[in-house]
Design a protein around this ligand. Structure first.
Ligand SMILES: *[C@@H]1O[C@H](CO)[C@@H](O)[C@H](O)[C@H]1NC(C)=O
Length: 403
């Protein structure tokens, strides 16, 4: 039994791993230009990374499916409770729909589109990326039928993992799991809010109605997550062997940050800088950005405000702590800094854990490229790590060394 669970743990995070590869590639598609808006000017596109991006994106492209052996599956998911959960994405080689990592996948895909959409457009990948994102957010919208209820899983992982059939042929029952006020899940609900809020920004210019729908779900979900605090790992102990969440404070801050960008409502800014920020943000203590830990992503995302304003937001008390925390993450990644992490192979690859070992290097490379681009487009020439200083190009070199 444990052997089997161990086996499955190997594939845990595979979807995310693939996504992170895409993000890594997306970030490198841009070689130079950057402006301070969420969508940057068209840069010089590197063919090598552009080609890799196109190939990687096909994996997610269910809307314009070109993979001939892939067809419809799980069309009745959700039916037993009167909802349509037929979209969304499976976890990996299995047929599970795990809401927690799926929502994170959507959030990070949104982030990549928001920052590098113009460059994706140059290699004809913006539209497919938006369609893949919508395939997930359509599922997330349907998984949230009432304000305080969110379906977070489809399928029975124990049965599913014993069975190696094609999803098109599967006959197993597809049980549902949900969180609500008596079985709270602030982590999964807030991550879903982050996904919806970030995606609402992506669709704002092309589909305002859909964008508003996403934003209203995001607000409700954040409220539900915040008012009914608890981890879904405790409400649904079975998730422990799959995507256990080790805390919900990071997701609350991450969701509030995205909600601030999407709604401009100051109350979300007050949330991240006030007592919840002090309690959960773990300032200036670098960790690894992943489906379980959103803090490094939150630090980098909020550092935008200190780089680009608005001034009133940047000057909110404690806001500078997010910029400092993002800098601490960067200093830990730069191999020549005195606070460099020792979690590296001899060849310089970030190496944290033997399970899905490439997720940390790829996620770190993504954050490093983003931060170096924030520096360049705000004319910030140097990053100070203790007494040494580094250039944006040092961060980019670190990122390229991971690819
Ligand atoms: C799962 O997460 C909970 C906290 O949400 C923690 O108490 C527990 O130790 C974790 N389990 C594993 C196996 O990491």
């Amino acid at each position: 039994m444990t052997g089997k669970i161990g086996e499955r743990k190997k594939s845990r995070g595979f979807l995310l791993f693939l996504l992170m590869i895409i993000l890594g590639v997306v970030a490198f598609v841009v070689v130079l230009t950057y402006t301070k808006k969420f969508v940057y000017g068209t840069g010089i596109v590197s063919k090598k990374y552009g080609d890799a991006l196109k190939i990687a994106m096909q994996f997610f492209d269910l809307v314009n499916n070109k993979v001939i052996w892939r067809g419809d599956s799980a069309l009745n998911d959700g039916n037993e409770e009167g909802i349509d959960l037929s979209k969304g994405m499976y976890d990996a080689g299995d047929h599970m729909k795990f809401g927690f990592p799926m929502a994170f996948t959507a959030t990070v895909l949104s982030w990549a589109i928001l920052e590098y959409g113009d460059q994706m457009e140059v290699v004809d990948q913006l539209q497919p990326a938006k369609e893949s994102l919508k395939w997930i957010t359509d599922y997330l919208v349907n998984s949230h039928p009432t304000p305080n209820q969110l379906y977070v899983q489809v399928g029975d992982p124990v049965k599913d993992h014993k069975c190696w059939d094609r999803p098109e042929d599967m006959t197993e029952k597809r049980p549902l799991k949900k969180v609500n006020p008596s079985a709270p899940g602030s982590d999964v609900a807030a991550e879903t809010a982050a996904a919806m809020a970030s995606a609402s920004l992506v669709f704002k210019s092309s589909n305002l109605k859909y964008s508003s729908l996403l934003l209203s779900h995001a607000k409700e979900l954040f409220h539900f997550a915040n008012e009914n605090r608890g981890s879904y790992s405790e409400s649904i102990p079975e998730v422990e062997d799959y995507y256990n969440s080790t805390g919900y404070g990071d997701e609350l801050l991450w969701a509030a940050s995205w909600l601030y960008f999407a709604s401009k409502d100051r109350k979300y800014l007050d949330f991240v800088t006030g007592e919840d920020g002090e309690k959960f943000a773990n300032w200036e203590t670098p960790t690894w950005f992943s489906w379980d830990d959103k803090l490094p992503g939150t630090h980098v995302l909020l550092s935008r405000l200190s780089f680009f304003g608005p001034k009133a937001a940047a000057e909110t008390e404690n806001m500078d702590m997010y910029r400092k925390s993002a800098e601490a993450v960067m200093c830990s990644l730069l191999p020549d800094s005195s606070s460099a992490t020792s979690s590296r192979t001899k060849g310089g690859l970030i190496w944290v854990s033997k399970w899905h070992s490439l997720q940390q290097p790829v996620a770190s490379a993504f954050l490093a490229v983003l931060f170096s681009d924030y520096m360049i487009s705000s004319d910030t020439s140097k990053l100070e790590c203790n007494s040494e200083s580094f250039l944006p190009s040092d961060l980019r070199m670190f990122a390229m060394s991971q690819g």
